[in-house]
Design a protein around this ligand. Sequence first.
Ligand code: PLP
Length: 395
Amino acid sequence: MISREQIIYLDNNATTQLDPAVIEEMLPFLNDYYGNPSSGYTFGRQVRQAIDLARERVAALLGCEAVEVVFTSCGTESNNAAVNSALQLDPGRQHVVTTAVEHSATRRHCETLSKGGRSVTVVGVDGNGNLDLAELEKAITPRTAIVTAMWANNETGVLFPVEKIAEIARRKRVLFHTDAIQTVGKIPIRLADSTINSLALSAHKLHGPKGVGALYISKRCAFRPSLIGGSQENNRRAGTENVASIVALGKAAECASAALAEEATRVRAMRDRFETGVREKVPDTFVNGDLEARLPNTSNLSFAGVESDAALMLFDRQQLCCSAGSACRTGAPEPSHVLRAMNLGPDRTRGSMRFSFGRFNTEADVDKALEIIPAVISRLRELAPGQPVRESALA
Ligand code: PLP
């Protein structure tokens, strides 16, 4: 087994290290406080109180009210639930508007809806990964139930102007949901001042555990649950609560609220030093995505003439963890749908790699990455000058 001390972890958009404070907070709910939060006796009620505190902490991070937060099993469930609810609310509105660069948690759900007879309109992006808002507005029809668009792209970090999209949706009287799974904990959010109707988040992207998420549903909006059963989560998500993970998500949210301003500055500085360093040392490096409207932690790079699978294999031998596009695509042979939608051409698309920084990265990680990456890229370029090297050539 490779231990975490041995690796240079630049894949924080795939998942993050658990914060020790989060582990400390959740452990008693695995060991000692195992009561069912729905039970009427004190041993159960104290667990209910811990869930209520977690809800308040998540609400504080989102700038919303605690009643607007529903705990779920993951970000994917939150995204699916918001769209499914909108489609159930009005049988006359069975059209969904989405974008070409969504995570599979939305993209494949929309494909399934489309195969099942719903209509879906996919709005494209430009070469920087930005949306054309006029095109998005035109896509909304009287049959549209919901617009669903991510806040921050998981591969490039590009930020969509979600407040503007929410405003368009409000004017057109359709719901707007945003997948903020890469956004929450990285940039400030204040939903109380927003017309966003629903928002998805996932604990494991903000130093919490995997397998727990939340869905914000504005108190102004009706909601139809996907999971039907018990009355948990105020009748919005049935099933006995994943208590320890919910407590952990609450603590992760509290830590994120406290660290956000300092962390965004520190992580951005590391990402920028990394990106500048790579571009200085490696000729023909391209940064993919808008340089301004971008998360502070993400750098998506392409190296001319280099295939990402070959580079990732050599990085892995030196314990440098990063990914080609999204982690969920690793092993999938097709190139990133995000960079394809940006129309960057096959070379740049096949060679794209995502480096994403987080709370536990250090300047030493940047130093090591700045040694490994130039050496790997020049080795690959020497092996086959003028043409991309495939992983099979390195075996
Ligand atoms: N949406 C985005 C933008 C993501 O980055 C991810 C995870 O990679 C998901 C959705 C899925 O989240 P989860 O793994 O919690 O289901």
